[in-house]
Ligand binder design. Structure first.
Ligand code: ATP
Ligand code: MG
Length: 388
């Protein structure tokens, strides 16, 4: 009896003639996620089978696959010869395990048959196998509408039998939608924004601005850790760490205090856009949400966008903070995000920030300083890390 992971995938089926491209990308991403387990991955009729994984690595392999975008769900299945008595005894063995410590449960058998020459059709398999299970396990009863246990049998080259279904992360395979650059802070929002866009198939690079000594080494480590957590889903992420102190101090010295936050955003966007172009990225991503803070009003966002020409994706724009926090908890970034290290935006917060900045005013304030050389210096001292 062979143990396999049976993987069902999502929206890819919508992609018409491009379908093989999406499927290949998904299989490649799965291989990458599982590489040290030397899996054999086979694709067939809308399913992917992961074989050859040592028993002791099965749970870890399944767990990793739940973070590969494009996977709808997966199951620990056993693959056996299609001989009927073999199927029945494999099903009984699975059921026995499933019923350990359970005094009563409802179930149904769900058969699928892609081997149309098999001697029973799906209905017959459902009835026959259901009957055999009822005989063997008196604690079972049938419920076809809301069964507690779904015993699935797929008859293909072999018979695949399983009774659990683990949800995947859904979305599109990372890398199939091009590249974008995430502005990542140490907060709750930007890692979630990166996760959401990677889920739509984007490969990410990331840019973080730090203002040493106003922000600490630990604040920087936190961002590296957050990027690592995002890369568990998004695959490899190239992270640019940009020293921002000189620019930030100059903003505070030379520009109107109430405009400092939006000016800072504009300069961050400019520098991020440089690295984006270097990476071949076609968009920027931020964790902004409409109205969340003064720098995220519609007027402020217009002023921020004006600094760059690449499109800016803000996947959280219509989310409440609670909703963002729910996603952060689910994807495992929340606990790190709330560690209490200062971010460069929180170091100097103006007392009365403009909430409806005027674009002309901001452009005028920004033109009080020639930023060119400062930007060059920041870019030159930027450190690049590859996060896997
Ligand atoms: P977050 O939780 O992502 O920090 P926030 O609600 O704290 O968001 P702001 O601090 O105003 O909001 O930042 C808005 C967005 O600007 C962030 O989501 C992020 O994309 C970007 N950003 C802010 N600070 C930095 C930084 N130090 N480096 C890179 N990007 C940043
Ligand atoms: Mg922040």
């Amino acid at each position: 009896m062979e143990k396999v992971l049976l993987v069902r995938y999502t929206e890819i089926h919508l992609k018409g003639l491009n379908r093989p491209y999406f499927e290949r990308a998904l299989v490649d991403n799965m291989k990458r996620a599982l590489h040290e387990f030397s899996p054999r991955i086979e694709r067939e009729h809308g399913r992917i089978y992961v074989r050859n994984i040592a028993e002791e690595h099965m749970d870890e392999a399944a767990d990793r696959l739940t973070r590969v975008f494009g996977i709808h769900s997966l199951s620990h299945a056993v693959a056996v010869d299609k001989d009927w008595e073999t199927v029945v005894s494999a099903a009984a063995e699975l059921m026995e395990k499933r019923l350990e410590g359970v005094s009563s449960a409802t179930f149904k058998v769900l058969a699928r048959r892609s081997d149309k020459h098999y001697f029973m059709n799906s209905d017959e398999i459902n009835r026959e196998l259901g009957g055999r299970m009822l005989e063997k396990f008196p604690q079972l009863s049938v419920d076809v509408h809301k069964p507690e246990i779904k015993l699935s049998v797929e008859v293909r080259d072999m018979a695949y039998i399983y009774c659990d279904e683990i949800p995947g992360s859904a979305g599109m395979p990372t890398g199939t939608a091009g590249k974008a650059t995430l502005l990542i802070s140490g907060g709750i929002d930007s890692p979630v924004a990166g996760y959401m866009m990677a889920k739509r198939g984007l490969t990410l690079s990331a840019v973080h601005f730090y203002s040493y000594p106003y922000t600490s080494e630990r604040a920087r480590d936190k961002v590296v850790e957050l990027t690592q957590l995002v890369s568990r889903y998004a695959g490899e992420v190239r992270l640019y760490l940009v020293p921002f102190t000189e620019i930030q101090m100059t903003i505070y010295e030379k520009c109107p205090e109430k405009e400092t936050t939006v000016l800072m955003r504009r300069l961050m966007m400019r520098i991020a856009e440089r690295f984006a172009r270097q990476e071949g990225a076609l968009a920027l991503i931020t964790g902004e949400s409409l109205g969340q803070v003064a720098s995220q009003t519609l007027e402020a966002l217009v002023c921020t966008n004006d600094a760059v020409t690449l499109p800016v994706f803000r996947p959280l724009i219509g989310f409440d903070k609670d909703e963002i926090m729910d996603v952060a908890r689910r994807i495992g970034t929340y606990e790190t995000s709330i560690l209490p290290y200062e971010d460069c935006c929180t170091v100097f917060v103006p007392k009365h920030p403009v909430t409806k900045p005027k674009l002309d005013d901001l452009r005028t304030s920004e033109a009080l300083v020639d930023w060119t050389e400062m930007i060059e210096r920041a870019v030159e001292k930027t450190e690049l890390m590859t996060i896997k």
